[in-house]
Design a protein around this ligand. Structure first.
Ligand code: MG
Length: 333
């Protein structure tokens, strides 16, 4: 490929002050993305997706979920996927950022399933609102938190990493705008019980930039450091990237996204896909923010995935670059 053609497929770099020099991307496509797709893919395809994402430079890739197979049939093969990833774990170089392949666990039984096949990082999922806690976890918000306390304690006693998701941090389809105080109290409880970090989910994608600043301010005033938080935006109203960049300006350095923008939320009807990792990387590459991701390889992966899912990627960057050969960083810079 001609160098000029490769360069045209990468943004010009103009360092933007106020953004962190480096962002950790927590890739959620294989779990949060695929659990919400209509197609059920073979375990080998899921494992190949994770492998390709790691080859594209992502070092934290959420792989699967140990929730009830009846509830999420798309991820019923969690054990098989983890087993297929054994060689990837073994091959990852010891130097540099460690490879983390977390999985979602709903309770102690899920934790045991994950642990018994070698998972070392787990994620739990709480809700900022009562209605969504009842719909998603069949418990009140407080009861759900107490259900997670022994899961966090056991995982940590075993030296595992623990991340907590909080759904509906900005808006809830049944309750409307979510008060900041509710999000703060759930985050405080999750950190108090020992979670390493909390990911703030805009599950239905309604947040706007001022609301992001206000919530992060409220969390900071409560004494929760930005380093213990991540943001997880959905693009329902086209705001995911703007909200993410705003959060980065507020000191957040961990961002959730899904390659190709796949996924949504099965329990919230209006939700569309996650922020696309490609759209995030285009913006961060252009602003001179290091992510470690090779955009060209990532786009190729999402094109490959879209063919398996039988639908085009909703990512604007994948749409813009997918029809052409995309330069890797080695070729294009
Ligand atoms: Mg999501």
């Amino acid at each position: 490929m001609a160098v000029t053609e490769a360069r045209a497929a990468l943004p010009g770099v103009h360092r933007r002050e106020g953004l962190p020099p480096r962002v950790r991307i927590w890739e959620v496509g294989p779990r949060d993305g695929l659990q919400n797709e209509a197609s059920i893919l073979p375990a080998a395809v899921k494992a190949e997706l994770v492998t390709r994402l790691v080859a594209a430079g992502l070092t934290t890739v959420e792989t699967t979920s140990f929730v009830s197979p009846a509830r999420v049939p798309q991820l019923a093969d969690a054990e098989e996927v983890i087993a297929l990833l054994g060689p990837l774990r073994a091959a990852h170089p010891a130097q540099g950022a460690p490879l983390r392949l977390p999985a979602l666990v709903p309770n102690l039984a899920g934790l045991e399933r994950a642990r018994s096949c070698g998972v070392r990082d787990v994620c739990i999922f709480a809700s900022a609102t009562e209605t969504f806690a009842m719909k998603n976890l069949s418990r009140s918000r407080a009861e759900a938190l107490e259900m997670f306390a022994p899961v966090v304690a056991e995982a940590q006693a075993d030296g595992m990493g623990v991340r907590a998701y909080v759904s509906m941090c900005f808006g809830d389809p049944w309750e409307g705008v979510v008060p900041e105080v509710d999000v703060v109290s759930v985050c405080e409880r999750l950190l108090e019980m020992g979670a390493d970090e909390v990911s703030l989910g805009d599950t239905i994608g309604v947040a706007t930039v001022g609301q992001v600043v206000d919530l992060l301010d409220a969390l900071a005033r409560a004494g929760i450091p930005a380093g213990r938080l991540a943001v997880h935006f959905h693009d329902t109203y086209g705001q995911a990237l703007a909200n993410t960049l705003t959060a980065l300006e507020c000191g957040i350095t961990t961002v959730d996204s899904a390659a190709g923008g796949i996924g949504g939320c099965p329990f919230a009807k209006s939700a569309t896909g996650n922020l696309a990792t490609e759209d995030l990387c285009w913006a961060l590459d252009g602003a001179g923010v290091e992510t470690g991701v090779d955009l060209g390889r990532l786009v190729e992966t999402s094109m490959w995935m879209a063919a398996r899912l039988g639908r085009p990627s909703p990512s604007r960057v994948v749409q813009a670059l997918g029809g052409r050969e995309v330069g890797t960083k080695e070729e294009g810079r």
